[in-house]
Write a protein that binds this ligand. Structure first.
Ligand SMILES: Cc1ncc(COP(=O)(O)O)c(C=O)c1O
Length: 491
């Protein structure tokens, strides 16, 4: 129940701790209820229509301080209906993720301390905890000792920084001279499979390689990069006067979670003097389980490597771990130190601003640390294994259904499948049927699935990654699929 702590809102006063305490207690109770299962009271996919929330909100900011009771009421009545509940155990779209209790505590403290870890001196704890936690994770993933790791917000930015380092490594004086207006430079080329995440092509357009600088390599029958095609593309490009720069291998592709043959790709990179970046944004976490470590075979040869604790390691978004064996190249690409950012220990300590674009840095390591300590390696492994088991059981179930087909191998916790009613062949009509089936399932509010396009057309994805997802959620999902199938087959 709402407990009034004062006649008027005093939160506008600096640190009105009486009201803050009351608000915070109330909010923590709400969060605990939400995590305990309250999220299930909401439809996982918001039913909000475009513009609903915007129309409900005033067009001007409040002129005066408002009562916290009213803010809370508006949050519940206006904002919450427009929330898609990524922390709902029925969230199985894209990659299921988790804002865990320990992670939320870390976020709270990080906001309270409100440090900016741009320099070691501006908050030694932010820098040192980040380096220590990233080392713990590096060891957990059995990556080499000389991998230096730091946190970014997202894998998109991690890969962007990695490709900027690859560009710097090419010794083409981009740092000094840029790319524009130069006739002494051939077109630069970056290679990744056609299953790679769009963030790689985005990095290419951001870094001035252009979309033409990104060459998509075809995949094999299991959606893994075709290494022979990679070799051929590189040699064709060299003959045509392009300058190959880097290859991105993906461990856990976005659509199907396929794993590119990293050892073979690393061999090509070594022979061709190309930077190897591994994007393990989702699947990297799996390697904390020894039986899943195979997925990182060859990654010890990478020049840079990214995985996202915010994807499948129960850390609230955002937290992306970027590793490199060449921190000095990242520094060469990015370090720029004006007088006002020098400190007595400049050059002697790690100043994390030197390794990327941004200056200000959140204390992200705190939530990662809180999660790692609260679950321990064994707790993390337990949840990862549980997710994989749930997915494998779901995959077996799909295989047993006469009118469903699995659309790709399912090595981890994501299953791609499609409905294939009798008499319908692959093609536009079947794609439309599957899109309608997905909408039918998603309107239930119990689960939220997403789709992708694979070789045989549209496939639906069940992506398990929320810590609360259990067998009952998968059973609900199975029932919804069969019901939807029946409903659409006999309209
Ligand atoms: C393989 C892969 N790489 C990169 C990304 C982008 O991740 P982020 O949202 O952290 O930028 C994704 C997102 O799902 C992904 O699946």
């Amino acid at each position: 129940m709402w407990e009034d702590v004062g006649e008027e809102n005093k939160l506008s006063e600096p640190h009105n701790t009486k009201e803050f305490r009351a608000e915070a207690h109330r909010m923590v109770d709400w969060i605990a209820d939400y995590l305990e299962g309250g999220a299930r009271d909401f439809p996982v996919l918001s039913r909000s229509k475009p513009g609903d929330l915007s129309r409900a909100l005033p067009t001007e900011m409040p002129a005066e301080a408002e009562n916290p009771k009213q803010i809370w009421a508006d949050f519940e009545s206006m904002v919450l209906p427009a929330v898609t509940h990524w922390n709902h155990p029925g969230f199985m779209a894209y990659f299921g993720i988790t804002g865990s209790g320990p992670g939320i505590l870390g976020e709270m403290l990080s906001a309270a301390l409100n440090v900016n870890g741009m320099l070691w001196r501006t908050c030694p704890a932010a820098t040192e905890l980040e380096l220590v936690v990233l080392n713990w994770l590096r060891k957990g993933l059995e990556l080499p000792d000389d991998f230096f790791g730091f946190l970014c917000d997202t894998a998109s930015i991690s890969s962007l920084l990695a490709l900027a380092a690859a560009r710097e490594n090419a010794d083409i004086e981009v740092r000094e001279r840029g790319l524009a207006g130069r006739d002494d430079l051939p077109g630069l080329r970056v290679y990744a499979s056609d299953q790679a995440h769009s963030s790689i092509a985005k990095a290419c357009l951001t870094l001035g390689f252009g979309l033409d600088g990104f060459r998509a390599i075809p995949h094999d029958d299991d959606y893994r990069m075709d290494v022979a095609a990679l070799r051929q593309a590189i040699s064709e490009d060299r003959r045509a006067g392009f300058r190959p720069l880097a290859v991105i291998a993906t461990v856990g592709t976005t659509s199907t979670t396929s794993v590119d043959p990293v050892p073979e790709i690393a061999k090509v990179c070594a022979e061709e003097y190309l930077w190897l970046h591994v994007d393990a944004a989702y699947a990297g976490s799996a390697a904390l389980c020894p039986e899943q470590r195979w997925c990182l075979d060859g990654c010890e040869l990478a020049d840079s490597f990214v995985f996202n604790p915010h994807k499948w390691l129960f850390v609230p978004i955002d937290a992306s771990a970027l590793y490199t064996r060449h921190p000095e190249i990242f520094k060469r690409a990015f370090s720029l130190v004006p007088e006002y950012l020098t400190t007595p220990m400049t050059g002697e300590v790690v100043d994390l601003m030197d390794y990327g674009v941004q200056l200000g840095r959140r204390f992200r390591a705190l939530k990662v640390w809180w999660v790692l300590r609260s679950y321990g390696l064994s707790g993390l492994q337990m949840h990862l294994r549980r997710h994989i088991e749930l997915a494998q059981a779901f995959s077996d179930w799909v295989d047993e259904q006469p009118h469903l087909e699995r659309a790709a191998p399912a090595p981890f916790s994501v299953v791609c499948f499609r409905a294939k009613p009798p008499g319908m062949e692959h093609g536009e009509a079947l794609d439309g049927f599957n899109m309608r089936l997905m909408e039918e399932i998603n309107t239930s509010g119990d689960v939220y699935l997403s789709h992708t396009r694979l070789d045989d057309g549209i496939a639906l994805r069940v992506a398990i990654g929320n810590i609360g997802t259990d067998e009952a959620d998968l059973e609900r999902c199975r029932i919804l699929i069969l019901k939807g199938l029946q409903c659409l087959s006999n309209p």
